[in-house]
Design a protein around this ligand. Sequence first.
Ligand code: MG
Ligand code: MG
Length: 270
Amino acid sequence: MSNSNSNRNSKSDTYGSVNHNNTAIIKTDEELDIMREAGRIVAKALRKSFEALEPGISTNELDSIARGVIESENAKPAFLGLYGFPATACISINEEIVHGIPSDRKVQSGDIVTMDCGALVSGFYSDHAVSQIVGSSTHKKQKLIDITRESLTKGIDSCHIGKRVGDISNSIEKYVIDSSYELVREYVGHGIGKNLHEPPQVPNFGPSGVGVELVHGLVLAIEPMVNAGTWKTKTLDDGWTVVTEDGKLSCHFEHTVAITDNGPEILTKE
Ligand code: MG
Ligand code: MG
């Protein structure tokens, strides 16, 4: 789940500005162990859901697979009921960027399906998102997926002690700006721990060398959202589903990443 940019500026023609506060909540090594477990479980939940992804499966069915995995691991679906969200996973298709609500809608061959999910273990959260094409793909759609996934890798590669949050933001932006795509401004990554959304915000754009300094025990959910057309978004009448303003495709990848003395550690992996 992505965090609404506190400096969001959706009505403007200019990019939303970057909010960098100086707050960060540092985790102990024992807390990092719990977050590793929360990360492992959500990674398994998404893997199992995507193994079932094929034309004709409904987003409700994908959601219940994720819920089943999380509950079988004695964890809690982190999004269920959070801010009033009614399901285990946010499932967003094609022009939907984030926060889509699972339903009876059946996915079709060629759809880009994004599942965004979290697990709660002993009071600590994980947050993870993956986009995948159903059935047969096109070069254009695959390129959007590949660039978004790689931009997350660029962001994670910047997660070293002594760097700053702005270095993560800038490395994502620098990579995506070379494509014809645009990065969503109105929703951003975030700190994560005892809350799903903690300071600092982690924008997917902005200057390097600014923001919170990266130290051992800081955990961030890094989540580039890349649009094939305009960066601008709108929210549907359901109050949740965020779509591209121009109806063009969007893609989203997210990992929960711990900053450690040994470098960045992706927690949302098996
Ligand atoms: Mg998420
Ligand atoms: Mg998130």
